[in-house]
Design a protein around this ligand. Structure first.
Ligand code: HEM
Length: 451
């Protein structure tokens, strides 16, 4: 069985290009070979990259027993655990997804609005006027606090919040370092490596999570609580069976890891442009400063930021048996990885003229199309936290825009280059800004979930 043609360079060269310069590597391959091409990354099976919306639809709506996502995420097992939704396939995946998805429903998420605003306001109060702020790090502090408190329903100042925050900081610092991928891949394949360096942080996080699960299971007010752990503890499948402690631990870890760096990065990219396009920034500020004003600009900014710089550039499905993507190629062999490229779809000139330009107005009055705007992936693996992330970005960006005047730390730079951190594409210098001035926070009700 043949594979669609693709770059001819050695797999070592392609791996390096994919790791260090994924977008230009993908774009030059598309220019040469078209909407479907094969790249060879050496350590994994051949990857067939897909960037045509109709073919991406075929992948996302294809038989999930053949197009398996969990198998391809095996490398995450040492951190997330084997019961994580990201690692499961088939009926096991569907069961966990059905238990989790209702807890992330748009309406339920609204309970977190005030919490998101309060955490952002407190963070802004700590920023120093006149000082340089790396917005990627500043947003990361905010999103980590939001996800910790939304998931666990912890009080802001509780000892467990502080301990969990510190343990997660250690883990995410390590995970974004240069050795994490290789270390995790060796551990996932039971090969000796540097796993001992990170294991203590994982063990410490696990102890805290298990202690919290035990406490919540016995909490008298469980039914009245609206944090996600409490909701998950009450969820049951069609046989009346809930999630075990082990399953809960793996899902909580998954939500913690999947749920904050992605959102952080999308917001950092939004500011990377807003700081350079003052008219767009002023329009956001005007909308954010008036509670009753919503012309759709905030959402347009979010959609455009995630189109131009999707935090996750590609998703992958591993074929469990031969499968036909395009008749002209015939069936692709079992083991092949089929990878819808979010980046390439979002940079198609025929869908988004001048794709590198940041133009929120593309989205005014426009509902994104499922297979043309897909920062959250698609089909039965579409991001569980999409509603949460969209609400969070909206609340954080509006609160920051309403209260601050931020300017570029380095006005001579016209754009920020892209760096890879684990699987996320981040602004290389973290979106550096200077806080020129800050307004006081609007009076607000205390957050319900913080009670
Ligand atoms: C801007 C922020 C985010 C982006 C860009 C993003 C993107 C993605 C993508 C591309 C996938 C893979 C879809 C696929 O394979 O087709 C995914 C899956 C997932 N995401 Fe997100 N995500 C974000 C935020 C979140 C948040 C806030 C949470 C949870 C609180 C979350 C939880 C998950 C989970 C659990 C999955 C696995 C779904 C499954 O396998 O069925 N994500 N996300």
């Amino acid at each position: 069985m043949a594979l669609p043609p693709g770059p001819k360079q050695s797999s070592a060269y392609q791996t390096l290009a994919w790791t260090l310069r994924a977008p230009p590597f993908l774009e030059s391959s598309r220019r040469e070979f078209g909407d479907v091409f094969t790249v060879n990354l050496g350590i994994v099976e051949p990857v067939v990259v897909v960037s045509d919306p109709d073919l991406v639809k075929k992948v996302f709506t294809g038989d999930a027993n053949i197009l398996r996502a969990g198998a391809g995420n095996k490398v995450l097992k040492p951190i997330l655990g084997s019961r994580s939704i990201l690692l499961l396939d088939g009926p096991e995946h569907l069961r966990e997804r059905k238990l989790m998805l209702p807890q992330f429903h748009g309406k339920r998420m609204e309970a977190f609005t005030q919490l998101m605003r309060d955490i952002t306001n407190r963070a802004i109060d700590g920023w120093q006027v006149g000082a340089e702020i790396k917005l990627q790090s500043a947003f990361q502090e905010i999103t980590l606090d939001i996800i910790l408190r939304a998931l666990f329903g912890l009080d802001e100042e509780s000892r467990r919040t502080t301990e969990l925050r510190e343990a997660l900081h250690r883990m995410t610092r390590w995970a974004s370092g240069p050795l994490s991928q290789i270390t995790m891949s060796r551990e996932a394949n039971n090969k000796p490596g540097l796993w001992w360096m990170v294991k203590p942080s994982i063990d410490a996080t696990d102890r805290l999570i298990y202690a919290h699960i035990a406490e919540r299971r016995n909490a008298k007010d469980l039914a009245a609580r609206d944090d996600i752990l409490s909701l998950l503890l009450q969820a049951e499948d069609e046989n009346g069976k809930g999630l075990s402690d082990r399953e809960l631990r793996d899902e909580l870890m998954t939500l913690l890891i999947a749920g904050h760096e992605t959102t952080t990065t999308a917001m950092a990219w939004a500011y990377e442009r807003l700081l350079r396009q003052p008219d767009d920034m002023q329009r956001l500020q005007a909308e954010a400063r008036d509670e009753d004003r919503d012309e759709g600009w905030t959402d347009a900014v979010i959609h455009e930021a995630m189109r131009r710089r999707p935090p996750i550039p590609m998703v992958a499905r591993s074929l469990s048996e031969p499968w036909t993507l395009r008749e002209e190629d015939g069936p692709l062999p079992a083991g092949t990885i089929v990878a819808p490229s979010i980046w390439l779809i979002h940079h198609r000139e025929d869908i988004y003229p001048e794709p590198e330009a940041f133009r929120p107005e593309r989205w005014l009055g426009v509902k994104p199309d499922t297979y043309r705007w897909l920062p959250f992936g698609g089909g039965i693996r579409r991001c569980v936290g999409a509603s949460f992330a969209l609400l969070e970005m909206r609340e954080v960006l509006r609160t920051v825009a309403a209260r601050t005047e931020l300017v570029l730390a380095d006005p001579s730079s016209s754009r920020e280059r892209i760096s890879r951190r684990a699987i996320v594409l981040v602004p290389r210098h973290g979106t550096r800004a200077i806080l020129k001035s800050r307004q006081p926070a609007a009076q607000s009700e205390p957050a319900a979930v913080a009670a």
